[in-house]
Design a protein around this ligand. Structure first.
Ligand SMILES: [Zn+2]
Length: 306
């Protein structure tokens, strides 16, 4: 785990020219733009690059900044999340959070595996830090998914996008070698382990206990299989009392509503009630086959309808 430096760097060390905007021009969304700072890459040992890039940003005479900047062993918060960082010229500054690794996008293939792991962990730690703040604002954590620019621009967007996808004619960071799968796994583990999103985590663990799997808060293959067994009734061990336990449980419906909203084009009220909009959303998402334990929830929701 990287050490988080205390303070807000660009407030404690005022920059030569403005590097952030106080307040936001439109509401923040659970969308994170991922960058590399193109600062050169430190391959091993103590890594001073994040601190060096923070100092560079403080002194530069052009605009360019991020909310969080990290390297192999430390994280610097440059800007409060409630303010706009100058991290993307394509309009996301108003509503996105920007995180950056102090390294070069082209260097991923050459990195020693230890350092690659450290960078992935730092990036996940920065993302989880942003998620905690979003949760405190009453917003969900960004979904662990890689968005297109069109998806990221939607009001209901939730997830991650590279700077290169935002601005493909000018940028390619954080690079084709950025380990998205590993990053998402680490990010979800941090959210689960740290209890960083208590509502979702507690419910996931509750679901896991009810279906008789290890309550580690991570919805993996075993949990999905157990949910299918208990909710679809495909198996002789099907126990309808488990499904009954969740019928009319507003926490479960709210969880489903958040899952639906993590897909494109949905903006359901998280009210814990299974109304017509939620039903339409669930059916549409099921068609795309992306939602955790989707078949199980279909069976469950059939029972939960008023
Ligand atoms: Zn960038």
């Amino acid at each position: 785990m990287a050490t988080v430096r205390p303070g807000i760097y660009l407030e404690d060390n005022p920059p030569r020219r403005s590097q952030f905007r106080r307040g936001r021009r439109s509401p923040v969304k659970p969308v994170i733009v991922v960058h590399t700072a193109e600062s050169g890459t430190d391959q091993s040992g103590a890594d001073p690059r994040a601190e060096n890039v923070a100092s560079f940003i403080r002194n530069r005479t052009t605009a360019g900044s991020y909310h969080l900047l990290g390297d192999a062993d430390s994280i610097v918060q440059l800007i409060r999340f409630e303010n706009e960082a100058f991290q993307d010229r394509t309009g996301s500054n108003q509503w996105a959070i920007g995180i950056s690794l102090a390294m070069n996008a082209a260097d991923w293939p050459d990195l020693p595996s230890t350092r690659r792991d450290e960078f992935a962990e730092t990036a996940a730690q920065m993302a989880a830090t942003a998620a905690v703040w979003l949760n405190e604002q009453g917003l969900p954590s960004p979904a662990a998914r890689f968005l297109t620019k069109t998806q990221s621009d939607r009001a209901s967007a939730s997830g991650f996008i590279s700077h290169g996808r935002r601005d493909p004619t000018r940028r390619s960071d954080p690079g084709a070698g950025f380990p998205w799968t590993d990053f998402f796994r680490r990010y979800e583990r941090l959210l689960a382990d740290g209890g960083l999103e208590p509502g979702r985590d507690a419910l996931t663990r509750e679901l896991q206990r009810l279906v008789g799997v290890d309550d580690d808060g991570i919805v993996g293959d075993l949990t999905i299989a157990a949910l299918n067994r208990n909710w679809v009734g495909r198996d002789e061990s099907f126990d309808s009392s488990v499904a009954d336990t969740f019928t009319n449980n507003p926490n479960v419906i709210a969880w489903i509503q958040r899952r639906v909203n993590s897909e494109d084009g949905f903006d359901l009220d998280i009210d814990g009630k299974f109304g017509p909009n939620t039903e339409r959303g669930v059916k549409s998402v099921l068609d795309r086959r992306g939602v955790v334990a989707a078949e199980s929830f279909l069976a469950f929701l059939e029972r939960a309808k008023p």
